[in-house]
Structure formats: structure tokens, C-alpha cells
Design a protein around this ligand. Structure first.
Ligand code: AHR
Length: 534
């Protein structure tokens, strides 16, 4: 065993050599399709402190982002009441049914960059009288405002998700944002809440989350952090908690590395905000003008993409460390309300629509990122993958009446048991996955205990060539019964199409064995595995 083979996350204590010996002698039954016995790396150890959990993994980490961008809203969600595509009040039934299965907790809307050009009054009242606008953020197409506040909140109701409204600070007024909140949440009669009643909604909605601007350093107004901090204070003052509705206020946060933005916001805004956002996208090349293809790639791009995805660990750690200095009690949440893989658009599609396919590689991006968020659930209180349908790393792809779910969707389904579960602290000692003399940890994992007492462990094996045997030392619990699911495929770029919507989906998994210390599991190459331990 070569000690240099390991990356330890975080610092590992003392490990039992017997554990490794036990692990090395275990026999596993794996589908021969996915595992060459000679290609099993047996040098991974996960210690789970099953008796030590104290932090809850907020289900809101499993949130989604839906923007008026390309075909996310129009076609992906909204087809209109007169459509031949089965719908309920204009919202696609097939999409609602699929999304209900992954128990989406929260959806952010209407943007993104679009949020800072959006005027909510355009999207209420009779649809045939709503004004047409140019979507100057995305493709210069006509926005007819058919999908507005009532339609979005109906969509949230239909799938059982909480709404996260992204307010316009870039081009909208304080009065406009204040009135939008009043329109949605005030029960008391007023000219604004009466307009809501006139438009068909008597009761106010509950709006638990409001973002005060989006990417205010960029498309949201190119502000400095100091100028934005002052604007947050002004806009936020007039975002009122009407009786029965308490708003969690999210400030526009940093673009990836910009820790100064976080520093200034924590200093100048502090506890006035409940959450501070962070945006980070994974590009295979790291180059915005030539990002890389979503489906046509080899191992170099596979490695580079996952290497970039793993940067989320460093970003969350660095931003959290700054927040800890101002807010040691961790009252302000880090809200990663845009994340995911961003590739070149599919050939032949509108470059302004950001439509991309979604492969097994995206499943791994989702898996490692969600494991990172779980591990940081003391600070990361909400996250929204970009985006829900037909844009970037989507859950759903549609083309008129056709629909398919993506490998990323299946990862969200496999991670459902972590929602609101207690994070179980763990230490992972992983072998390296080496490519062209660069190294990343091959294995990623997180563990939680749900309300019924069951333990759930999610793993990723990033290595596309070798299986990974993981010895799991389950401290403070017994593993008597295990069951699991695996998402993998023979090809790195396996994906679902409208003609083959089930080309990649999870299947039952049994490559595990209980041991005196806990259990061992053999993760197929390039896989996401979810285990339930009773
Ligand atoms: O998700 C696409 C865009 O990426 C969003 O509109 C913007 O906030 C970010 O730059």
C-alpha cells in the first residue's frame, strides 16, 4: 500500500490496519459488464460516526433554478391551456409528475440575469393583454409574459415546492419590489392585494424566500460590493413580512472566487440578510469561449470536468471561513443558488438558449457537488442547480410532446433520503484517480441518518476505468441489512434521448458485504451509488 496514493478529506484520525486487511479479502459480486476484477482499487476507507450527528442537511440543498431562458419555461414547463400536450392550467403534466418524484423542495424564478430585467406587473392579469417584451438577457426573443406570478406559484403548488422569488434590483425600483411582495403575500385589503384578488387569487401565497438581486456584480447591474451592500439595505427595508409570511432574504453573492465580495457583504450587510448566495459553474475547459461538448468528449474532458466540479469544496470552504469570522454562530446561510455543468450548446441550437445534453458525467458532477453540500450543511442552507428544464445541467429535456429525464435527475432521486436528515460526520481516505499526471480523489461520499433511524450513504466513483472498493467503518451503529441503487453505464457519455429515454437510469445494487466494522462496498467505475443501512 503506497501512502502517497491517498487523499484524506478531512484530516483522518487513526485507522485500523485490520480494517484494510478485512477489506482486501472481501469477495464481491458485481455485474461483469461494469467490473474487471483486476481493476478494483481496494484502498479506500470511509469512517462514519453514526453516533455523532448534530447538523441537519436542509432539503433546500436539493433546490432547482428555472429562468426565462431558452426553453426552460416555455416548452419545458408551460405549454398553455390550449395545448394538445396534456397540461393542468397550462403546465405540463408529464414534467410535474417527474418532478414530484424527486421531491423538489424549492424553485428559484424568474432568473438569473432575466430577474434584473423582469417587471412583475407584465406577468399578471389576462394573458392576452400582457405586454410583449424583448428578452434582452437571452437570445433577444419575444417574451409574451404568459408565464407570470400566478402561473409560477401554481407550478410550485403542483409539484409541492416552495417558491424562491428573485427580485429585480438591477433595473427595477424599490417600490416595484415592495409591491410585488405585497401582491403575493398581503391578506389586508389594499389596491395591490385587491389586484391579486381581481386576477383570480383570493388568499395570499406564502413566499418563504426572496433574492434581492442576482449577480449584481455582473448582469444585475455591474455594482461594486460596497454599492450593492447599500442597495441591499435600501431594497430589503421595503421587503415586508406581511402577517403570516416570514421571508428569508438572500443577498446577491460572489462569482466563484471573489472572496472580497463576501467579505464586504458580511461586514456591511451582516445579519440583515439571512442568506448570501454563491454562483459557480463547472466548465470542462475553464474557458467561456470554448467550454467543451456535452456529449463528445474523451477521458481528458471527463477528468477536467470532475476536477472543476470538485472546486466547489474549496469555494464553499473559503467563503464559509470568511462568513465564520463575522457570523460564528452560522446564522447567515451560504446559498449556492446557481451551480452545474456548462458546455457548448448542442450543435444547431440557438446559442442564446443554452440547451445541452446531459450524460453520466453530469450525474457525477451532481453527485460530488451534492456530497460537498451535505458535508457543509452547517453553512450551506440552500442550493439550486441550473436549470430545471432544457437549459444547462437540466433534470428534464423536452421537445414539444416528447420528454425525458436526465442522469442528473436520477442522482437527485437517489439523494432524496438525505433531505432533512442528520449529517453523520465522516472521514474519507480515497485512492487517487490519476490522469496525465494530475490527481483527484477517486471517491466522494456523504452519510446521513433519516428520521426513522436508517442510515443513507451516497458514493461517487470518479474513475472511469477502475472500480473502487470502500471499507466502511460504521462507528456507533450496526449494519445488519443493506440495500442500494447504482447509476452507471458502459460509456462515459451515456445519456437519455427522446427515442431511448431509459438508456441510463438507476438499478438495484448489491455489491456490498457486512463486516465486523461495518461493511465493504465495491463501486463500479464511473458510478453513483446510494446505500440504505438498517
Ligand atoms: O444560468 C444562466 C445564467 O448564469 C444566469 O442567468 C446568470 O445568473 C448566470 O450568469
Amino acid at each position: 500500500m503506497n501512502a502517497n496514493q491517498f487523499i484524506i478529506t478531512p484530516i483522518v484520525g487513526i485507522f485500523s490496519a485490520c480494517l484494510f486487511a478485512g477489506c482486501a479479502s472481501s469477495q464481491h459480486q458485481l455485474s461483469p459488464k461494469h467490473v474487471q476484477p483486476s481493476a478494483i482499487v481496494k484502498t479506500n476507507l470511509l469512517v462514519i460516526h453514526a453516533d455523532q450527528g448534530k447538523n441537519t442537511i436542509s432539503r433546500n440543498i436539493y433546490g432547482q433554478f428555472s429562468e426565462h431562458l431558452g426553453r426552460c419555461i416555455y416548452d419545458g414547463i408551460w405549454v398553455g391551456e390550449d395545448s394538445s400536450i396534456p397540461n393542468t392550467r397550462g403546465i405540463r403534466n408529464d414534467v410535474v409528475a417527474a418532478l414530484k418524484k424527486i421531491e423538489i423542495p424549492v424553485i428559484r424564478w424568474p432568473g438569473g440575469c432575466f430577474a434584473d430585467q423582469y417587471h412583475w406587473e407584465d406577468g399578471v392579469g389576462p394573458r392576452d393583454q400582457r405586454p410583449k417584451r424583448i428578452n434582452t438577457s437571452w437570445g433577444g426573443v419575444v417574451e409574451d409574459n404568459a408565464f407570470g406570478t400566478h402561473e409560477f406559484l401554481d407550478f410550485c403548488d403542483q409539484i409541492g415546492a416552495a417558491p424562491y422569488i428573485s427580485g429585480n434590483v438591477g433595473s427595477g425600483t424599490i417600490e416595484e419590489l415592495a409591491e410585488w411582495i405585497e401582491y403575493m403575500t398581503a391578506a389586508t385589503n389594499s389596491v395591490i392585494s385587491d389586484l391579486r384578488r381581481k386576477n383570480g387569487r383570493a388568499e395570499p401565497w406564502k413566499i418563504p424566500f426572496v433574492g434581492i438581486g442576482n449577480e449584481s456584480w455582473g448582469c444585475g447591474g455591474e455594482m461594486t460590493p460596497e454599492f450593492y451592500s447599500d442597495n441591499f439595505r435600501r431594497y430589503n427595508t421595503f421587503v415586508k413580512d406581511y402577517p403570516g409570511n416570514k421571508i428569508y432574504r438572500v443577498a446577491s453573492g460572489s462569482d466563484g472566487d471573489d472572496t472580497n465580495w463576501t467579505e464586504v457583504l458580511m461586514k456591511n450587510v451582516g445579519p440583515r440578510m439571512n442568506g448570501l448566495s454563491l454562483h459557480y459553474y463547472t466548465l470542462p475547459s475553464g474557458n467561456w469561449s470554448k467550454k467543451g461538448s456535452a456529449t463528445e468528449f474523451g477521458e481528458a474532458d471527463w477528468f477536467a470536468t470532475l476536477n472543476h466540479a470538485l472546486r466547489m469544496e474549496d469555494l464553499v470552504t473559503r467563503h464559509s471561513a470568511i462568513m465564520d469570522r463575522y457570523d460564528p454562530q452560522k446564522k447567515v446561510g451560504l446559498i449556492v443558488d446557481e451551480w452545474g455543468a456548462w458546455y457548448d450548446v448542442e450543435p444547431g441550437t440557438n446559442p442564446g438558449f443554452l440547451y445541452q445534453q446531459n450524460t453520466l458525467r453530469d450525474a457525477l458532477v451532481a453527485g460530488v457537488t451534492l456530497n460537498i453540500f451535505n458535508q457543509h450543511c452547517d453553512r450551506v442552507k440552500m442550493a439550486c442547480i441550473a436549470q430545471l428544464a432544457n437549459v444547462l445541467q437540466s433534470m428534464i429535456l423536452t421537445d414539444r410532446e416528447k420528454m425525458t429525464v436526465t442522469p442528473s435527475y436520477w442522482v437527485f432521486e437517489m439523494f432524496v433520503p438525505h433531505h432533512d436528515a442528520t449529517l453523520l460526520p465522516s472521514e474519507l481516505k480515497s485512492a487517487d484517480y490519476t490522469f496525465n499526471s494530475q490527481k483527484i480523489p477517486a471517491v466522494s461520499a456523504s452519510a446521513s441518518r433519516d428520521k426513522s433511524g436508517k442510515i443513507h450513504v451516497t458514493f461517487c466513483n470518479l474513475n472511469p476505468n477502475q472500480s473502487a472498493e470502500v471499507a466502511v467503518d460504521l462507528q456507533g451503529a450496526k449494519s445488519q441489512k443493506l440495500s442500494g441503487q447504482v447509476l452507471t453505464a458502459p460509456e462515459m457519455n451515456a445519456h437519455n434521448t427522446f427515442d431511448h429515454p431509459d438508456a441510463i437510469k438507476p438499478v438495484d445494487f448489491s455489491a456490498f458485504k457486512t463486516t465486523d466494522a461495518g461493511f465493504t462496498v465495491t463501486l463500479p467505475s464511473k458510478s453513483v451509488v446510494a446505500l440504505e443501512v438498517e
